[in-house]
Design a protein around this ligand. Structure first.
Ligand SMILES: Cc1cc2nc3c(=O)[nH]c(=O)nc-3n(C[C@H](O)[C@H](O)[C@H](O)COP(=O)(O)O)c2cc1C
Length: 170
């Protein structure tokens, strides 16, 4: 065999390095109002011959309302040093504070008027293509229901797969 094992973080650096370490902000809304939150879960790939990005948003998030009421969402990957912003956006709700203002983020608007942040290292603008609630019945090993759900966790996520219609980097 000529293949040899490599650290997946070096093979596909952006997805496997970014998510789980610096993570990203998912943002939805428009010029009249938007909300953003930290996400640690994301898939990038290809579906229906389209480049796609999939994110997972719990119904209890304020961001969920914006994801539902708008056709586009964005994924902004901030520089690794932006830990404070990622922490604020991942622990505070837009119901209580204006996270964009509190974190000093600069709004930009892409396709469909979708909001993202000028501070990002790279950004994907996505047009919603497929939306589905995660179904507990589809977890194959029912004895291994992920600990993110149930009494100690929260509601099952809604899955949003969007066609990547624009990408920005520096
Ligand atoms: C590292 C990290 C990753 C997160 N990933 C997700 C995620 O993928 N999906 C989700 O629904 N919430 C995720 N959260 C939780 C939300 O970011 C958090 O509940 C946020 O305060 C929701 O804000 P909102 O109410 O303004 O929408 C994550 C939080 C952190 C700190």
């Amino acid at each position: 065999m000529r293949l040899h094992p490599v650290d997946i973080k070096t093979l596909t650096p952006e997805v496997f390095r970014v998510f789980g370490t610096q993570n990203a902000l998912v943002t939805a809304g428009d010029q009249s109002g938007c909300n953003t939150m930290t996400i640690g879960w994301c898939q990038l790939g290809r579906l229906w011959n389209l480049p796609v990005c999939t994110v997972y948003v719990r119904p209890e998030r304020y961001t969920y309302q914006f994801m539902e009421s708008h056709d586009y969402f964005t994924v902004s990957v901030l520089p690794a040093g932006e830990k404070k912003t990622m922490q604020v956006c991942g622990t505070r709700s837009g119901r209580d504070i204006d996270k964009v203002k509190a974190c000093g983020l600069t709004l930009c608007y892409g396709a469909g008027g979708a909001p993202f942040f000028d501070e990002a290292e790279w950004v994907l603008v996505c047009k919603k293509a497929y939306v589905q609630d995660m179904d507990p019945a589809c977890v194959l090993d029912q004895k291994q229901i992920p600990p993110f759900y149930g009494e100690k966790g929260g509601g099952w996520h809604r899955i949003y797969t969007g066609q990547v219609v624009e990408a920005y980097t520096k």
